[in-house]
Design a protein around this ligand. Structure first.
Ligand code: GCU
Length: 436
């Protein structure tokens, strides 16, 4: 033992010194490491961070024009695929549509509703998703449409008794009696404002995200990542729940392109929270979406990951391991190692109009991080001579700022409400409808 210690250059004093140093190290680093695993709501603790350069090619050369941006864009998509969301399959599968129901007197005659089943294989059977589309009744030309997935089944977006009940929503399946099922109609109607949108000349299309993949860690086993793995030639772990939901948004777009009453050049993809993350990823991959709206999408959506505020990569991966690819977990407590940050996701929307919205009480989603992310996407919009937020600091509450890139922070909780929709309508009118 003695010789061994001697050989190692150690004696009892040396061991004591080493243990002392280790203790000091642990005391200093321990809380820091632990702290970063936790979420933070204290602005003074955020600390400094450096964002990866959105306009620098992997070769180190700076992007100098649109052509270069195309290259950089491809690189960024690949980085998000490899490290965050997984692949977004290019193959559309053998998609086909069946209109199951048309109501020409929906919403007391103000709207037409169409319920369309989108089949993903040649057969007329599962897997499929059911989409509801409302269009203003009195339109003579194709209309702009807001599209977004919903959390609780199509019957949740409005009290309209013509909406077919979701076949997949687990809570709904618990209700076996028709009377019970009727009670949950319109459960999330405050989030959709269909009447207002119709009244302002817009269509609205929605589908239940669980039709693509149920939202729990094992959901992929019964969702499209498994049922379409041969058709799309992709293994379940090569993509993620968020990618599967985003892919579904593109399939809704496939239908909308075929509908004569829809202006396919004016389809705006929207999403709240986790579905806002999916809307951003869909908008990044599918440039048929004319504009993209992120409502309170937070971590893994619009908010910067390197900014230590609100939810962290570690927390989101722990609570929702299925949302991202496995590689994303290697960045738990190590956001600086990620080759991307979320401003680069927002930049992928350029030059198309982009709206990022936060809420004052939604600290979990890090409103400032969402604002700064939009701000840091601006250089890409500038390449296209498009105006971004036009401000350096966050705007006053309930005031929107910016042109092609726009931002607001609404008073209140994590939600999507009339206030938000009214801003989105103005945004669409100014950017897509009036200005050609
Ligand atoms: C959780 C999650 C968020 C997500 C939100 C939602 O709070 O941590 O990342 O945005 O759920 O989807 O409602």
């Amino acid at each position: 033992m003695r010789n061994y210690k001697k050989a190692m250059g150690l004696n009892m004093g040396g061991i004591a010194k080493i243990s002392f140093c280790l203790t000091v190290l642990l005391l200093c680093w321990g809380p820091l490491l632990q702290a970063q695993e936790e979420f933070n709501y204290d602005e003074s603790k955020v600390g400094a961070y450096t964002l990866p350069a959105v306009l620098e090619l992997s070769s180190g050369r700076l992007v100098s024009g649109n052509k270069d941006w195309k290259k950089r864009r491809t690189e960024i998509i690949k980085l998000f695929e490899d490290n965050v969301y997984g692949k977004f399959p290019k193959k559309r599968s053998n998609i086909h549509f069946e209109t199951l129901k048309i109501d020409r007197h929906a919403l007391s005659g103000r709207a037409i509703s169409k319920q369309v089943r989108i089949y993903f294989t040649k057969e007329k059977k599962q897997p499929y998703m059911d989409m509801i589309l409302y269009l203003p009744a009195k339109v003579t030309k194709p209309v702009p449409v807001f599209i977004g997935l919903n959390f609780k089944g199509n019957q949740s977006i409005d009290g309209d008794s013509a909406i077919m009940l979701s076949e997949k929503h687990p809570e709904l399946l618990k209700y076996t009696k028709a009377k019970e099922q009727q009670l949950i109609r319109g459960e999330q109607a405050e989030r959709w404002e269909i009447d207002t949108l119709i009244g302002r000349g817009f269509g609205v299309a929605s589908a239940y995200y669980g039709d693509l993949e149920l939202d729990y860690p094992e959901g992929w086993k019964t969702g499209i990542r498994t049922t379409l793995k041969e058709t799309l030639a992709i293994q379940p772990q090569e993509w993620s729940a968020i990618s599967a939901w985003a892919w579904g948004l593109s399939r809704m777009m496939d239908y909308l392109e075929t509908d004569q009453q829809v202006n396919k050049k004016q389809v705006i993809v929207t999403g709240h929270s986790r579905l806002g993350k999916a809307a951003l990823w869909a908008g990044a991959n599918d440039t048929r979406f004319a504009a993209v709206i992120s409502n309170n999408s937070g971590e893994g959506g619009a908010a910067l990951s390197r900014r230590w505020f609100g939810e962290t990569i570690n927390r989101i991966n722990t609570n929702f391991p299925h949302w991202f690819v496995d590689r994303y977990k290697t960045y738990n407590n190590n956001a600086t190692a990620l080759p991307v940050d979320q401003h680069m996701l927002l930049a992928l929307i350029a030059p198309r109009p982009l709206y990022v919205a936060s809420a004052t009480e939604d600290l979990w989603a890090d409103p400032r991080g969402e604002f700064l992310s939009a701000k840091n996407a601006e250089p890409v919009y500038s390449l296209f001579h498009k105006k971004g937020l036009g401000v350096v600091d966050m705007p006053a509450t309930d005031t929107s700022v910016g042109e092609t890139v726009r931002y607001h922070i609404r008073t209140g909780k994590h939600n999507i409400l009339l206030f938000d929709w009214l801003r989105y309508i103005d945004f669409a009118n100014e950017n897509l409808i009036k200005i050609k």
